[in-house]
Design a protein around this ligand. Structure first.
Ligand code: CA2
Length: 147
């Protein structure tokens, strides 16, 4: 059976390309999803994507990945810095978890310096803009092939 990746996009990422291109780049979310899907295909992996502005929907998506998807790549947006509920949902997920950010939160405002997701992720890819979507999928592919 083909391994699959669940790509999760959190709040406000649906607005990418409309504001703050100097921080997040000019691309729209669909462009990043296409990048991730192309990289997944290159590694013979399937990829599905969900974006939500609602914490509970993100948690339901993580629950839905249990026993279903081999890996989660998650850009949880600002919930990265606050959501212990997303932390707990990821802690209950057995597959590979890659935290992803377009910007480098450590170089920005102090409230972005803490990730409550980091302790339950295998690793993080930050600060590389859209390239991060390909790097995150490549990291997943390499981790899965070494398991
Ligand atoms: O750098 C990232 O990928 C972030 O996860 C993006 C989040 C931010 O809260 C995190 O600290 C870092 C913001 C999501 C997108 O926000 C937008 C707001 C207005 C217009 C376009 C995007």
């Amino acid at each position: 059976m083909t391994d699959s990746i669940l790509l999760i996009s959190g709040p406000n990422l649906n607005l990418l390309g409309e504001r703050e291109p100097e921080i997040y780049g000019p691309e729209h979310l669909e462009d990043h999803v296409a990048t991730a899907a192309a990289e997944a295909k290159r590694h013979a992996l399937a990829l599905r994507h969900i974006q939500s502005n609602h914490e509970g929907e993100l948690i339901e998506a993580i629950h839905g990945a249990r026993g279903q998807d081999a890996a989660i790549v998650i850009n949880a947006g600002a919930y990265t810095h606050t959501s212990w509920a997303i932390h707990d949902a990821l802690a209950a997920y057995d597959g590979v978890v890659v935290e992803l950010h377009l910007s480098n939160p450590a170089s920005r405002e102090p409230f972005r310096h803490t990730s409550v997701i980091a302790p339950v992720a295998d690793g993080a890819i930050v600060g590389f803009g859209g390239l991060g979507y390909a790097l995150a999928v490549e990291a997943v592919a390499r981790l899965l092939s070494s398991h």
